[in-house]
Design a protein around this ligand. Structure first.
Ligand code: PEP
Ligand code: MG
Length: 583
Protein backbone atom coordinates (compact mmCIF):
# COMPACT_ATOMS: atom_id res chain seq x y z
CA UNK A 1 0.00 0.00 0.00
CA UNK A 2 1.56 3.33 -1.08
CA UNK A 3 2.16 5.98 1.59
CA UNK A 4 2.37 9.70 0.99
CA UNK A 5 3.44 12.79 2.94
CA UNK A 6 2.44 16.29 1.95
CA UNK A 7 4.53 19.42 2.04
CA UNK A 8 5.08 22.46 -0.13
CA UNK A 9 6.43 21.90 -3.61
CA UNK A 10 9.31 23.92 -5.06
CA UNK A 11 9.09 23.92 -8.85
CA UNK A 12 6.80 21.64 -10.80
CA UNK A 13 8.95 18.69 -11.76
CA UNK A 14 9.03 15.23 -10.32
CA UNK A 15 11.77 12.86 -9.40
CA UNK A 16 11.76 9.12 -9.08
CA UNK A 17 14.63 7.78 -7.02
CA UNK A 18 16.00 6.21 -3.85
CA UNK A 19 15.88 8.08 -0.58
CA UNK A 20 19.20 9.10 0.92
CA UNK A 21 18.27 9.96 4.47
CA UNK A 22 20.71 12.51 5.77
CA UNK A 23 21.27 11.84 9.43
CA UNK A 24 21.14 15.11 11.27
CA UNK A 25 23.26 15.71 14.31
CA UNK A 26 20.15 14.89 16.23
CA UNK A 27 18.54 11.83 17.62
CA UNK A 28 15.82 11.59 15.05
CA UNK A 29 16.44 8.51 12.94
CA UNK A 30 14.03 6.12 11.29
CA UNK A 31 13.07 2.66 12.52
CA UNK A 32 13.82 -0.32 10.29
CA UNK A 33 12.22 -3.71 10.67
CA UNK A 34 14.75 -6.54 10.50
CA UNK A 35 14.41 -10.11 9.26
CA UNK A 36 15.50 -12.82 11.73
CA UNK A 37 18.80 -13.41 9.92
CA UNK A 38 19.67 -9.67 10.09
CA UNK A 39 19.61 -9.45 13.88
CA UNK A 40 23.02 -10.94 14.72
CA UNK A 41 24.87 -8.77 12.14
CA UNK A 42 22.98 -5.74 13.46
CA UNK A 43 24.18 -6.42 17.01
CA UNK A 44 27.73 -6.88 15.72
CA UNK A 45 27.44 -3.56 13.88
CA UNK A 46 26.35 -1.89 17.11
CA UNK A 47 29.19 -3.41 19.15
CA UNK A 48 31.68 -2.41 16.47
CA UNK A 49 30.50 1.22 16.63
CA UNK A 50 30.71 1.26 20.44
CA UNK A 51 34.21 -0.23 20.16
CA UNK A 52 35.28 2.46 17.72
CA UNK A 53 34.11 5.24 20.03
CA UNK A 54 35.75 3.54 23.00
CA UNK A 55 39.00 3.41 21.03
CA UNK A 56 38.65 7.11 20.16
CA UNK A 57 38.47 7.96 23.87
CA UNK A 58 41.39 5.67 24.70
CA UNK A 59 43.45 7.43 22.03
CA UNK A 60 42.38 10.77 23.39
CA UNK A 61 43.38 9.81 26.93
CA UNK A 62 46.79 8.70 25.67
CA UNK A 63 47.24 11.88 23.69
CA UNK A 64 46.52 13.92 26.81
CA UNK A 65 49.37 12.26 28.73
CA UNK A 66 49.52 11.30 32.38
CA UNK A 67 47.77 14.17 34.05
CA UNK A 68 44.80 15.61 32.21
CA UNK A 69 42.94 18.42 33.93
CA UNK A 70 40.40 17.29 36.50
CA UNK A 71 37.35 18.24 34.44
CA UNK A 72 38.77 16.48 31.34
CA UNK A 73 39.42 13.37 33.42
CA UNK A 74 35.89 13.50 34.79
CA UNK A 75 34.53 13.82 31.27
CA UNK A 76 36.58 10.89 29.97
CA UNK A 77 35.63 8.76 32.97
CA UNK A 78 31.98 9.48 32.41
CA UNK A 79 32.20 8.58 28.72
CA UNK A 80 34.02 5.33 29.55
CA UNK A 81 31.42 4.56 32.17
CA UNK A 82 28.50 5.24 29.85
CA UNK A 83 30.04 3.12 27.10
CA UNK A 84 29.88 0.19 29.51
CA UNK A 85 26.56 1.05 31.08
CA UNK A 86 24.30 -2.02 30.83
CA UNK A 87 21.16 0.14 30.61
CA UNK A 88 22.47 1.79 27.50
CA UNK A 89 24.51 -0.95 25.89
CA UNK A 90 23.09 -4.33 27.00
CA UNK A 91 19.53 -3.11 26.91
CA UNK A 92 20.02 -1.77 23.40
CA UNK A 93 21.15 -5.21 22.30
CA UNK A 94 18.17 -6.78 24.06
CA UNK A 95 15.85 -4.39 22.27
CA UNK A 96 17.32 -5.15 18.84
CA UNK A 97 16.57 -8.81 19.56
CA UNK A 98 13.12 -8.43 21.06
CA UNK A 99 11.82 -5.80 18.64
CA UNK A 100 13.74 -6.92 15.52
CA UNK A 101 14.62 -3.29 14.94
CA UNK A 102 17.73 -1.47 13.76
CA UNK A 103 20.43 -0.62 16.30
CA UNK A 104 20.03 3.15 15.86
CA UNK A 105 16.39 2.99 16.78
CA UNK A 106 17.00 0.69 19.75
CA UNK A 107 19.76 2.96 21.04
CA UNK A 108 17.61 6.08 20.76
CA UNK A 109 14.84 4.36 22.74
CA UNK A 110 17.33 3.39 25.43
CA UNK A 111 18.70 6.89 25.55
CA UNK A 112 15.20 8.14 26.36
CA UNK A 113 15.13 5.80 29.37
CA UNK A 114 18.58 6.84 30.55
CA UNK A 115 17.85 10.54 30.22
CA UNK A 116 14.58 10.14 32.11
CA UNK A 117 16.65 8.75 34.99
CA UNK A 118 18.97 11.75 34.78
CA UNK A 119 15.95 14.08 34.95
CA UNK A 120 14.96 12.47 38.22
CA UNK A 121 18.36 13.15 39.83
CA UNK A 122 18.41 15.99 42.35
CA UNK A 123 22.07 16.89 41.89
CA UNK A 124 22.26 19.66 39.25
CA UNK A 125 25.80 18.68 38.23
CA UNK A 126 24.79 15.12 37.46
CA UNK A 127 21.58 16.27 35.78
CA UNK A 128 23.67 18.34 33.41
CA UNK A 129 25.69 15.28 32.42
CA UNK A 130 22.60 14.27 30.42
CA UNK A 131 23.93 16.36 27.52
CA UNK A 132 27.23 14.45 27.60
CA UNK A 133 25.37 11.15 27.35
CA UNK A 134 23.32 12.48 24.46
CA UNK A 135 26.43 13.58 22.63
CA UNK A 136 27.99 10.22 23.16
CA UNK A 137 24.94 8.50 21.73
CA UNK A 138 25.06 10.83 18.73
CA UNK A 139 28.68 9.81 18.16
CA UNK A 140 27.73 6.15 18.22
CA UNK A 141 24.84 6.80 15.85
CA UNK A 142 27.03 8.67 13.40
CA UNK A 143 29.68 6.02 13.58
CA UNK A 144 27.10 3.33 12.85
CA UNK A 145 25.62 5.16 9.94
CA UNK A 146 28.68 6.73 8.46
CA UNK A 147 26.31 9.38 7.13
CA UNK A 148 26.43 11.73 10.05
CA UNK A 149 27.87 14.60 8.15
CA UNK A 150 27.37 15.90 4.70
CA UNK A 151 30.82 15.18 3.37
CA UNK A 152 30.45 11.47 4.19
CA UNK A 153 27.09 11.50 2.45
CA UNK A 154 28.60 13.07 -0.62
CA UNK A 155 31.39 10.53 -0.76
CA UNK A 156 29.03 7.63 -0.30
CA UNK A 157 26.37 8.74 -2.77
CA UNK A 158 29.04 9.50 -5.37
CA UNK A 159 30.39 5.97 -5.02
CA UNK A 160 27.07 4.17 -4.99
CA UNK A 161 25.66 2.75 -8.16
CA UNK A 162 22.10 1.86 -8.93
CA UNK A 163 19.37 2.13 -11.50
CA UNK A 164 17.69 5.00 -9.66
CA UNK A 165 19.23 8.32 -8.66
CA UNK A 166 19.31 9.53 -5.06
CA UNK A 167 16.75 11.89 -3.57
CA UNK A 168 18.07 13.63 -0.49
CA UNK A 169 15.76 13.49 2.53
CA UNK A 170 16.78 15.65 5.48
CA UNK A 171 15.29 17.42 8.43
CA UNK A 172 16.78 20.63 7.13
CA UNK A 173 19.53 21.66 4.77
CA UNK A 174 21.33 24.93 5.43
CA UNK A 175 21.98 27.17 2.39
CA UNK A 176 25.72 26.66 2.87
CA UNK A 177 25.26 22.87 2.75
CA UNK A 178 23.08 23.22 -0.30
CA UNK A 179 26.02 24.85 -2.04
CA UNK A 180 28.10 21.75 -1.36
CA UNK A 181 25.36 19.59 -2.83
CA UNK A 182 25.40 21.45 -6.14
CA UNK A 183 28.11 19.29 -7.63
CA UNK A 184 26.52 16.02 -6.69
CA UNK A 185 23.95 14.15 -8.63
CA UNK A 186 20.78 14.27 -6.59
CA UNK A 187 17.46 14.04 -8.41
CA UNK A 188 15.56 16.04 -5.80
CA UNK A 189 15.37 17.17 -2.19
CA UNK A 190 12.80 16.76 0.57
CA UNK A 191 13.11 18.52 3.89
CA UNK A 192 10.96 18.50 6.99
CA UNK A 193 11.47 22.20 7.61
CA UNK A 194 11.77 25.18 5.31
CA UNK A 195 9.49 27.09 3.00
CA UNK A 196 9.50 27.67 -0.77
CA UNK A 197 11.41 30.96 -0.64
CA UNK A 198 14.00 29.99 1.94
CA UNK A 199 17.47 30.17 0.40
CA UNK A 200 17.71 26.39 0.57
CA UNK A 201 14.67 26.10 -1.69
CA UNK A 202 15.98 28.87 -3.94
CA UNK A 203 19.23 26.97 -4.41
CA UNK A 204 17.34 23.74 -5.19
CA UNK A 205 15.33 25.63 -7.80
CA UNK A 206 18.47 27.11 -9.29
CA UNK A 207 19.71 23.56 -9.84
CA UNK A 208 16.50 22.82 -11.73
CA UNK A 209 15.70 20.14 -9.20
CA UNK A 210 12.30 19.43 -7.73
CA UNK A 211 12.00 19.79 -3.98
CA UNK A 212 9.29 19.46 -1.37
CA UNK A 213 9.81 21.38 1.85
CA UNK A 214 7.90 21.79 5.11
CA UNK A 215 7.12 18.05 5.26
CA UNK A 216 7.23 17.90 9.05
CA UNK A 217 7.36 14.14 9.41
CA UNK A 218 8.95 12.61 6.30
CA UNK A 219 12.44 12.26 7.68
CA UNK A 220 11.42 9.82 10.39
CA UNK A 221 9.23 7.76 8.07
CA UNK A 222 11.29 7.04 5.01
CA UNK A 223 13.94 4.35 5.03
CA UNK A 224 17.45 4.57 3.68
CA UNK A 225 17.47 3.41 0.06
CA UNK A 226 13.70 3.19 -0.19
CA UNK A 227 12.24 3.92 -3.59
CA UNK A 228 10.23 7.16 -3.49
CA UNK A 229 8.64 9.60 -5.86
CA UNK A 230 8.87 13.31 -5.20
CA UNK A 231 6.19 15.32 -6.99
CA UNK A 232 6.94 19.01 -6.56
CA UNK A 233 3.85 20.17 -8.47
CA UNK A 234 1.59 18.30 -6.04
CA UNK A 235 3.89 18.97 -3.04
CA UNK A 236 4.00 15.30 -2.11
CA UNK A 237 6.45 12.46 -1.50
CA UNK A 238 5.25 8.89 -1.92
CA UNK A 239 6.72 5.50 -1.12
CA UNK A 240 5.85 1.78 -1.39
CA UNK A 241 4.84 2.34 -4.99
CA UNK A 242 3.07 -0.44 -6.86
CA UNK A 243 3.79 -1.19 -10.52
CA UNK A 244 0.92 0.96 -11.76
CA UNK A 245 2.03 4.05 -9.83
CA UNK A 246 5.65 3.56 -10.80
CA UNK A 247 4.71 3.33 -14.49
CA UNK A 248 2.49 6.40 -14.18
CA UNK A 249 5.27 8.51 -12.69
CA UNK A 250 7.95 7.35 -15.10
CA UNK A 251 5.65 8.28 -18.03
CA UNK A 252 5.02 11.67 -16.48
CA UNK A 253 8.73 12.21 -15.97
CA UNK A 254 9.46 11.27 -19.58
CA UNK A 255 6.88 13.72 -20.90
CA UNK A 256 8.30 16.50 -18.69
CA UNK A 257 11.73 15.87 -20.17
CA UNK A 258 10.28 15.97 -23.67
CA UNK A 259 8.56 19.31 -22.93
CA UNK A 260 11.90 20.71 -21.66
CA UNK A 261 13.62 19.61 -24.86
CA UNK A 262 10.94 21.33 -26.94
CA UNK A 263 11.35 24.55 -24.97
CA UNK A 264 15.02 24.67 -25.94
CA UNK A 265 13.92 25.68 -29.45
CA UNK A 266 13.03 29.10 -28.03
CA UNK A 267 16.61 29.81 -26.98
CA UNK A 268 17.61 32.00 -29.91
CA UNK A 269 14.27 33.85 -30.21
CA UNK A 270 14.01 37.39 -28.86
CA UNK A 271 11.53 37.74 -25.97
CA UNK A 272 8.82 39.98 -27.45
CA UNK A 273 5.10 40.03 -26.81
CA UNK A 274 2.65 39.60 -29.68
CA UNK A 275 2.29 43.40 -29.82
CA UNK A 276 6.03 43.92 -30.09
CA UNK A 277 6.98 44.83 -26.50
CA UNK A 278 10.55 43.72 -25.80
CA UNK A 279 10.86 42.00 -22.44
CA UNK A 280 14.29 41.55 -20.86
CA UNK A 281 14.78 38.12 -19.36
CA UNK A 282 17.86 38.11 -17.17
CA UNK A 283 19.41 35.48 -14.94
CA UNK A 284 19.86 35.13 -11.19
CA UNK A 285 23.25 33.56 -10.45
CA UNK A 286 24.31 32.07 -7.14
CA UNK A 287 27.89 31.26 -8.16
CA UNK A 288 30.03 32.26 -11.15
CA UNK A 289 29.72 28.80 -12.70
CA UNK A 290 25.95 29.38 -13.15
CA UNK A 291 26.83 31.79 -15.97
CA UNK A 292 27.14 28.91 -18.44
CA UNK A 293 23.56 27.72 -17.80
CA UNK A 294 22.32 31.31 -18.04
CA UNK A 295 23.91 31.75 -21.48
CA UNK A 296 22.67 28.36 -22.56
CA UNK A 297 19.13 29.53 -21.72
CA UNK A 298 19.68 32.69 -23.81
CA UNK A 299 19.61 35.27 -21.00
CA UNK A 300 19.80 39.03 -21.55
CA UNK A 301 22.48 39.43 -18.90
CA UNK A 302 22.51 38.96 -15.13
CA UNK A 303 19.83 40.71 -13.08
CA UNK A 304 21.06 39.38 -9.74
CA UNK A 305 24.40 37.88 -8.79
CA UNK A 306 24.07 36.75 -5.17
CA UNK A 307 27.63 37.53 -4.12
CA UNK A 308 27.16 36.25 -0.57
CA UNK A 309 27.53 32.62 -1.66
CA UNK A 310 31.20 33.33 -2.36
CA UNK A 311 31.56 34.06 1.35
CA UNK A 312 30.09 30.76 2.59
CA UNK A 313 31.71 27.46 3.62
CA UNK A 314 34.90 29.18 4.66
CA UNK A 315 36.24 30.77 7.81
CA UNK A 316 37.61 33.95 6.22
CA UNK A 317 36.17 36.45 3.75
CA UNK A 318 37.36 36.22 0.12
CA UNK A 319 40.10 38.72 -0.75
CA UNK A 320 39.69 41.55 -3.24
CA UNK A 321 41.60 39.59 -5.89
CA UNK A 322 39.57 36.45 -5.32
CA UNK A 323 36.33 38.38 -5.60
CA UNK A 324 37.51 40.25 -8.68
CA UNK A 325 38.38 36.93 -10.32
CA UNK A 326 34.91 35.54 -9.56
CA UNK A 327 33.02 38.63 -10.73
CA UNK A 328 35.35 39.04 -13.72
CA UNK A 329 34.63 35.51 -14.92
CA UNK A 330 30.91 36.32 -15.04
CA UNK A 331 31.47 39.65 -16.78
CA UNK A 332 33.65 38.02 -19.44
CA UNK A 333 31.23 35.11 -19.90
CA UNK A 334 28.36 37.55 -20.43
CA UNK A 335 30.31 39.18 -23.26
CA UNK A 336 28.82 42.67 -23.17
CA UNK A 337 25.49 41.79 -21.54
CA UNK A 338 24.90 43.70 -18.29
CA UNK A 339 25.92 42.05 -15.01
CA UNK A 340 24.22 43.21 -11.82
CA UNK A 341 26.30 42.33 -8.77
CA UNK A 342 24.46 42.51 -5.49
CA UNK A 343 26.68 43.51 -2.60
CA UNK A 344 27.00 41.05 0.27
CA UNK A 345 23.53 40.09 1.51
CA UNK A 346 24.49 38.00 4.50
CA UNK A 347 22.38 37.42 7.56
CA UNK A 348 18.94 35.89 8.14
CA UNK A 349 19.28 32.33 6.77
CA UNK A 350 22.58 33.04 4.98
CA UNK A 351 25.30 32.68 7.55
CA UNK A 352 28.77 33.92 6.76
CA UNK A 353 31.22 32.58 9.34
CA UNK A 354 33.69 35.44 8.87
CA UNK A 355 30.98 37.89 9.95
CA UNK A 356 29.22 35.82 12.58
CA UNK A 357 32.37 35.48 14.72
CA UNK A 358 32.20 37.60 17.85
CA UNK A 359 28.55 38.57 17.32
CA UNK A 360 25.73 37.20 19.40
CA UNK A 361 22.99 35.24 17.65
CA UNK A 362 20.19 37.71 16.83
CA UNK A 363 16.73 37.02 18.22
CA UNK A 364 15.08 37.97 14.93
CA UNK A 365 17.66 37.25 12.20
CA UNK A 366 15.47 38.59 9.39
CA UNK A 367 15.19 41.92 11.19
CA UNK A 368 18.74 42.08 12.44
CA UNK A 369 22.06 43.51 11.29
CA UNK A 370 22.04 41.99 7.80
CA UNK A 371 22.74 42.96 4.18
CA UNK A 372 23.56 46.67 3.67
CA UNK A 373 23.25 47.32 7.41
CA UNK A 374 26.00 44.84 8.10
CA UNK A 375 28.16 46.12 5.22
CA UNK A 376 27.94 49.67 6.56
CA UNK A 377 28.95 48.36 9.98
CA UNK A 378 31.97 46.56 8.44
CA UNK A 379 33.47 49.27 6.20
CA UNK A 380 36.69 47.41 5.39
CA UNK A 381 34.84 44.33 4.23
CA UNK A 382 32.44 46.47 2.19
CA UNK A 383 35.23 48.52 0.60
CA UNK A 384 37.07 45.34 -0.36
CA UNK A 385 33.99 44.09 -2.16
CA UNK A 386 33.29 47.44 -3.81
CA UNK A 387 36.86 47.66 -5.13
CA UNK A 388 36.56 44.14 -6.55
CA UNK A 389 33.29 45.02 -8.31
CA UNK A 390 34.65 48.33 -9.59
CA UNK A 391 37.75 46.64 -10.98
CA UNK A 392 35.69 44.32 -13.18
CA UNK A 393 33.54 47.23 -14.37
CA UNK A 394 36.48 48.04 -16.65
CA UNK A 395 35.83 44.78 -18.48
CA UNK A 396 32.14 45.12 -19.31
CA UNK A 397 28.83 46.64 -18.24
CA UNK A 398 28.52 46.09 -14.48
CA UNK A 399 25.92 47.44 -12.07
CA UNK A 400 26.10 47.56 -8.27
CA UNK A 401 22.91 46.58 -6.48
CA UNK A 402 22.42 47.28 -2.77
CA UNK A 403 20.19 44.85 -0.83
CA UNK A 404 17.69 45.61 1.94
CA UNK A 405 17.56 49.34 1.42
CA UNK A 406 14.86 50.80 3.66
CA UNK A 407 15.22 54.45 2.65
CA UNK A 408 17.54 57.05 1.09
CA UNK A 409 20.08 57.18 3.93
CA UNK A 410 21.48 53.68 3.28
CA UNK A 411 21.89 54.30 -0.42
CA UNK A 412 23.52 57.67 0.25
CA UNK A 413 25.99 56.01 2.63
CA UNK A 414 26.60 53.16 0.19
CA UNK A 415 27.33 55.68 -2.56
CA UNK A 416 29.83 57.41 -0.27
CA UNK A 417 31.58 54.11 0.25
CA UNK A 418 31.61 53.56 -3.52
CA UNK A 419 33.25 56.98 -3.90
CA UNK A 420 35.90 56.01 -1.34
CA UNK A 421 36.55 52.72 -3.13
CA UNK A 422 36.91 54.65 -6.39
CA UNK A 423 39.45 57.01 -4.82
CA UNK A 424 41.42 54.05 -3.49
CA UNK A 425 41.55 52.49 -6.95
CA UNK A 426 42.44 55.80 -8.59
CA UNK A 427 45.33 56.24 -6.19
CA UNK A 428 46.71 52.98 -7.49
CA UNK A 429 45.97 53.81 -11.11
CA UNK A 430 43.49 50.93 -11.43
CA UNK A 431 40.89 51.22 -14.21
CA UNK A 432 37.13 51.13 -13.48
CA UNK A 433 33.88 52.59 -14.81
CA UNK A 434 33.40 55.92 -13.08
CA UNK A 435 29.76 56.06 -14.22
CA UNK A 436 28.88 52.62 -12.89
CA UNK A 437 25.13 52.30 -12.24
CA UNK A 438 24.11 51.96 -8.59
CA UNK A 439 20.70 50.56 -7.77
CA UNK A 440 18.62 49.41 -4.82
CA UNK A 441 16.70 46.28 -4.15
CA UNK A 442 13.16 47.17 -3.23
CA UNK A 443 12.39 44.47 -0.69
CA UNK A 444 11.52 46.37 2.46
CA UNK A 445 7.97 47.81 2.50
CA UNK A 446 9.24 51.25 3.58
CA UNK A 447 11.34 51.47 0.41
CA UNK A 448 8.37 50.44 -1.73
CA UNK A 449 5.89 52.79 -0.08
CA UNK A 450 8.24 55.78 -0.13
CA UNK A 451 9.88 54.90 -3.45
CA UNK A 452 9.60 58.51 -4.65
CA UNK A 453 12.18 59.57 -2.06
CA UNK A 454 14.65 56.97 -3.26
CA UNK A 455 14.47 57.62 -6.97
CA UNK A 456 16.79 60.64 -6.92
CA UNK A 457 19.55 58.48 -5.44
CA UNK A 458 19.45 55.40 -7.64
CA UNK A 459 20.11 54.54 -11.28
CA UNK A 460 17.89 51.46 -11.25
CA UNK A 461 15.72 49.40 -8.92
CA UNK A 462 14.92 45.73 -8.58
CA UNK A 463 11.95 44.31 -6.70
CA UNK A 464 13.10 41.60 -4.30
CA UNK A 465 9.70 40.06 -3.82
CA UNK A 466 10.96 37.18 -1.67
CA UNK A 467 11.75 39.56 1.14
CA UNK A 468 9.09 42.12 0.20
CA UNK A 469 6.41 39.46 0.80
CA UNK A 470 8.09 38.32 4.02
CA UNK A 471 8.13 41.82 5.48
CA UNK A 472 4.76 42.97 4.13
CA UNK A 473 2.87 39.95 5.41
CA UNK A 474 5.00 39.41 8.54
CA UNK A 475 5.84 35.84 7.48
CA UNK A 476 9.29 34.46 8.22
CA UNK A 477 10.21 33.01 4.82
CA UNK A 478 12.21 30.20 6.40
CA UNK A 479 9.55 29.01 8.80
CA UNK A 480 7.55 26.01 7.62
CA UNK A 481 4.83 26.66 10.20
CA UNK A 482 3.77 29.88 8.52
CA UNK A 483 4.74 28.97 4.96
CA UNK A 484 1.08 28.50 4.00
CA UNK A 485 0.51 32.19 4.76
CA UNK A 486 3.29 33.33 2.40
CA UNK A 487 1.17 34.73 -0.43
CA UNK A 488 2.61 36.48 -3.51
CA UNK A 489 -0.93 37.22 -4.69
CA UNK A 490 -1.93 39.13 -1.59
CA UNK A 491 -3.42 42.43 -2.82
CA UNK A 492 -1.08 44.37 -0.50
CA UNK A 493 1.93 42.81 -2.19
CA UNK A 494 0.58 43.32 -5.71
CA UNK A 495 -0.31 46.94 -5.04
CA UNK A 496 3.20 47.62 -3.75
CA UNK A 497 4.67 46.05 -6.89
CA UNK A 498 2.31 48.10 -9.07
CA UNK A 499 3.16 51.37 -7.30
CA UNK A 500 6.91 50.78 -7.51
CA UNK A 501 6.74 49.98 -11.23
CA UNK A 502 4.58 53.06 -11.85
CA UNK A 503 6.88 55.40 -9.91
CA UNK A 504 9.97 54.04 -11.64
CA UNK A 505 8.40 54.28 -15.09
CA UNK A 506 7.31 57.84 -14.41
CA UNK A 507 10.81 58.89 -13.44
CA UNK A 508 12.50 56.87 -16.19
CA UNK A 509 14.27 54.59 -13.67
CA UNK A 510 14.76 51.05 -15.02
CA UNK A 511 12.86 48.60 -12.83
CA UNK A 512 13.30 44.86 -12.71
CA UNK A 513 11.93 42.04 -10.52
CA UNK A 514 14.36 39.39 -9.29
CA UNK A 515 12.42 37.52 -6.59
CA UNK A 516 11.09 34.00 -7.21
CA UNK A 517 7.89 35.49 -8.67
CA UNK A 518 9.80 36.45 -11.82
CA UNK A 519 10.47 32.81 -12.69
CA UNK A 520 6.92 31.59 -12.21
CA UNK A 521 5.42 31.34 -15.68
CA UNK A 522 1.91 31.46 -14.17
CA UNK A 523 2.62 34.97 -12.85
CA UNK A 524 4.16 36.28 -16.07
CA UNK A 525 0.97 37.79 -17.51
CA UNK A 526 0.10 39.39 -14.19
CA UNK A 527 3.51 41.07 -14.02
CA UNK A 528 3.39 42.12 -17.67
CA UNK A 529 -0.04 43.62 -16.98
CA UNK A 530 1.48 45.60 -14.09
CA UNK A 531 3.91 47.08 -16.60
CA UNK A 532 7.01 45.00 -15.78
CA UNK A 533 9.41 44.60 -18.71
CA UNK A 534 12.53 43.27 -16.94
CA UNK A 535 12.50 39.92 -15.20
CA UNK A 536 15.42 38.16 -13.52
CA UNK A 537 15.18 34.48 -12.61
CA UNK A 538 17.00 31.17 -12.34
CA UNK A 539 18.28 30.13 -15.76
CA UNK A 540 16.20 26.92 -15.60
CA UNK A 541 13.01 28.97 -15.55
CA UNK A 542 13.86 31.34 -18.34
CA UNK A 543 12.50 29.47 -21.35
CA UNK A 544 9.11 28.77 -19.80
CA UNK A 545 8.72 32.45 -19.00
CA UNK A 546 9.84 33.33 -22.52
CA UNK A 547 7.20 31.00 -23.94
CA UNK A 548 4.60 32.90 -21.92
CA UNK A 549 5.87 36.28 -23.14
CA UNK A 550 5.78 35.13 -26.75
CA UNK A 551 2.12 34.10 -26.57
CA UNK A 552 0.91 37.26 -24.83
CA UNK A 553 -0.44 40.59 -26.10
CA UNK A 554 0.69 43.04 -23.40
CA UNK A 555 -1.91 45.72 -24.21
CA UNK A 556 -4.72 43.20 -23.59
CA UNK A 557 -3.60 42.75 -20.01
CA UNK A 558 -3.79 46.26 -18.60
CA UNK A 559 -7.50 46.40 -17.80
CA UNK A 560 -7.99 42.82 -16.57
CA UNK A 561 -4.92 43.05 -14.32
CA UNK A 562 -6.10 46.39 -12.91
CA UNK A 563 -9.41 44.64 -12.12
CA UNK A 564 -7.59 41.77 -10.40
CA UNK A 565 -5.81 44.22 -8.12
CA UNK A 566 -9.12 45.60 -6.91
CA UNK A 567 -10.11 42.17 -5.58
CA UNK A 568 -9.78 41.84 -1.82
CA UNK A 569 -8.76 38.23 -1.57
CA UNK A 570 -5.75 36.26 -2.92
CA UNK A 571 -7.98 33.28 -3.76
CA UNK A 572 -10.15 35.41 -6.02
CA UNK A 573 -7.07 36.96 -7.59
CA UNK A 574 -5.67 33.48 -8.26
CA UNK A 575 -8.82 32.26 -9.97
CA UNK A 576 -9.03 35.48 -12.03
CA UNK A 577 -5.40 34.99 -13.03
CA UNK A 578 -6.04 31.38 -14.05
CA UNK A 579 -8.74 32.67 -16.41
CA UNK A 580 -6.38 35.28 -17.81
CA UNK A 581 -3.67 32.65 -18.34
CA UNK A 582 -6.15 30.37 -20.10
CA UNK A 583 -6.98 32.97 -22.79
C1 PEP B 1 14.46 38.77 -2.79
O1 PEP B 1 14.43 39.04 -1.59
O2 PEP B 1 13.45 38.73 -3.51
C2 PEP B 1 15.73 38.44 -3.46
C3 PEP B 1 15.80 38.30 -4.76
O3 PEP B 1 16.85 38.27 -2.69
P1 PEP B 1 17.10 37.01 -1.74
O4 PEP B 1 16.10 35.95 -2.14
O5 PEP B 1 18.48 36.56 -1.96
O6 PEP B 1 16.83 37.56 -0.39
MG1 MG C 1 16.18 39.57 -0.49
Amino acid sequence: MAWSVNGIGVGDKLALGRAWVLAPASLDLPRRQLQAQQIAPEIARFHAAVGRIDQEFTDLREALGQEPAAEVRAFLDLQAHVLRDPILIDETVARIESESCNAEWALIQQLAEVTAQFDAIDDPYLRERKADVQQLVERILKSMQGVGDLSTTLEQTAQSEGALPWILVAKDIAPADMLLLRHHQFAGFATDSGSPTSHTAILARSLGLPAVVGMNSLHGLVEQGEEIVLDAAAGVVMGSLDEELRAHYSDQQASQQLAMERLKRLRGIEAKTLDGERVLLQANLDLPEDAAAALEAGCDGVGLFRSEFLFMNRADAPSEDEQAAAYGSVVRAMAGRPVTIRTLDSGADKTVAALAAGRSEPTNPALALRAIRLCLAEPELFLTQLRAILRVSAEGPVRIMVPLVSGPSEIILARRMIQTAMQQLEAKGTAFDRRIAVGAMIEVPSAAIAIDGLLAHIDFASLGTNDLIQYTLAIDRTDSEVAHLYEPLHPAVLRLIRDVIRACDKSGTPISLCGEMAGEAELCRLLLGLGLRQFSMHPVELLRVKQEVLRTRASDLIKPVARLLRLPDPKKIRSGLEQLNGQ
